[in-house]
Design a protein around this ligand. Structure first.
Ligand code: SF4
Length: 194
């Protein structure tokens, strides 16, 4: 396989009517909104808990560790960057204590609308926070749900550890890759275009 170089995914602009969304109160945290990134029409949607920075302290664009890890795994199982779109349970990164349940429930409305518009063929949901929110189950855990396909809100869904956890614990890399392989096998053999 050719040497892989992570890229800064293009950002999808936040819809005009939601740019100033303040429904959950996270607008007061000062972090900027990231609606989603990657190919806006991609057949596969990755769901994470919240966006990481896309710019360093000086404002220069950079590819953070989460995005590097995602892209490396995607590349290893044969997905192209064009196959992927990334979005978040919360469109803003919280920077201090907040009402988690309220914020996740509120912002989930936006995610549901995104999915209805985009109609992905497959969803990859990474990390316990994203899984618990997307599965509507506060007890849901990656370790017991990973390794297979789930039908959630009408979408085939694969679960995996959060890329940051994978970076912190390198022994999770092979487990992470297994889940990407489950996704790739399903995508290439069972998912179909509508
Ligand atoms: S995180 Fe979601 S609900 Fe909260 S202000 Fe941002 S878009 Fe609105």
């Amino acid at each position: 396989m050719s040497e892989f170089c992570p890229i800064l995914w293009p950002e999808e602009p936040t819809p005009e009517n939601l740019k100033n969304c303040s429904e959950c109160g996270l607008d007061k945290h000062g972090s900027r909104m990231v609606w989603g990134e990657g190919n806006q029409d991609a057949p596969i949607i990755i769901i994470l808990d919240n966006p990481g920075a896309r710019e360093d302290r000086e404002g220069n664009p950079f590819v953070c560790g989460t995005r590097q890890t995602l892209q490396k795994a995607a590349n290893e199982v044969g997905f192209t960057m064009n196959d992927l779109y990334v979005t978040f349970i919360l469109k803003r990164k919280p920077v201090r204590a907040y009402d988690k349940e309220h914020a996740r429930e509120t912002c989930m409305i936006h995610l549901k609308q995104q999915l209805e518009e985009k109609q992905p063929r497959l969803i990859l949901c990474f990390g316990n926070v994203a899984v618990q929110s997307f599965f509507d189950n506060p007890e849901a855990e990656v370790k017991s749900l990973r390794g297979t396909i789930h039908e959630i809100k009408g979408y085939p869904t694969v679960v995996g550890y959060h890329p940051l956890a994978v970076r912190r614990r390198p022994n999770l890399w092979s487990v992470f890759l297994e889940d990407w392989k489950v996704a790739a096998e399903y995508y290439h053999t069972k998912s179909c275009t509508l």
